[in-house]
Design a protein around this ligand. Structure first.
Ligand code: IYR
Length: 260
């Protein structure tokens, strides 16, 4: 970077830098935190049976702000969260979602292969939880923004950015002791109409949010092991002689991850 640009931080578009706040931890502490967080996330499940107990709006505000820390293309933060607790709007969303889902499940819009893939999840066109839950949050992607003069302001990597924000939102909801589901009643166009969003905001995913119903059940699923999802290409292990570099065919057992 041109060091002179640091001297004009207030010129439009010029970079403005501040020192990074970052504290290194010792490796033991890092591993302890990483494991504790992983175990916490292992307990996250997509929930489809909710209690109607109310949830304070302040909790949703925290989750939305956490989601909004997601990295995004050119830092455009191309997301909009619409949080609904109004029962009349929830009812309209349920009615419209079930209409679409009925066409998908019963009207031949989903292939036999797709229905077979979903069978273990026990899903169907009926979505009563859309009325039971205290909150529905609809996440919209902003296909583009608007400049103050009304002209189009481009966004970049919108799907990637909004996908990461959705992941952080799900994580925040789980971490605070609530349950949710990533629900995509397809096609989702009706959500923009019911929630009166402009054309350049497209529904990305819908999250019913609340406490699980007493006795709620979830499908008995297994998550992939580390070996199934990760590959490693590390430097060869040093030889017993301690020579740097090591043999190219060093014993693979020495690199097998104990958690695989
Ligand atoms: N949107 C439908 C169908 C559905 C699709 C997938 I892929 C899932 O993982 C789960 C459901 C529904 O919500 O039922």
């Amino acid at each position: 970077m041109d060091p002179r640009s640091r001297e004009t931080p207030h010129a439009p578009g010029a970079p403005s830098f501040i020192p990074l706040t970052f504290a290194r931890l010792d490796e033991e502490e890092m591993l302890r935190r990483a494991r504790a967080f992983r175990l916490e996330m292992e307990g996250r499940r997509s929930v489809r049976h909710f209690a109607s107990d109310p949830v304070p709006r302040a909790l949703l505000e925290e989750a939305i702000l956490t989601a909004s820390t997601a990295p995004s293309g050119a830092h455009r933060q191309p997301w909009r969260f619409v949080a609904v607790s109004d029962p009349a709007i929830k009812r309209r969303i349920r009615t419209a979602a079930e209409e679409e889902e009925h066409r998908s499940y019963e009207g031949g819009r989903m292939s036999a292969e797709w229905l077979e893939a979903l069978a273990p999840l026990g899903t169907g066109w009926e979505k009563p939880y859309l009325e039971t839950v205290p909150w529905i949050v609809v996440l919209f992607e902003e296909v583009h923004g608007r400049n103050p003069d009304g002209t189009v302001r481009k966004n970049y990597y919108v799907k990637e950015s909004v996908g990461i924000a959705a992941g952080l939102f799900v994580t925040a909801i789980h971490r605070m002791g609530l349950a949710t589901l990533t629900h995509t009643p397809s096609p989702m166009r009706f959500l923009g109409e019911i929630l009166e969003r402009p054309e350049h905001e497209r529904p990305f995913v819908l999250f019913p949010i609340g406490y699980p119903a007493p006795g709620a059940e979830v499908p008995n699923l297994r998550r992939k092991s580390l070996a199934e999802v990760a590959l490693w290409r590390e430097a060869p292990a040093p030889t017993s002689a301690g020579a740097p570099g090591g043999a190219p065919d060093a014993a693979p057992e020495s690199r097998v991850d104990p958690h695989a």
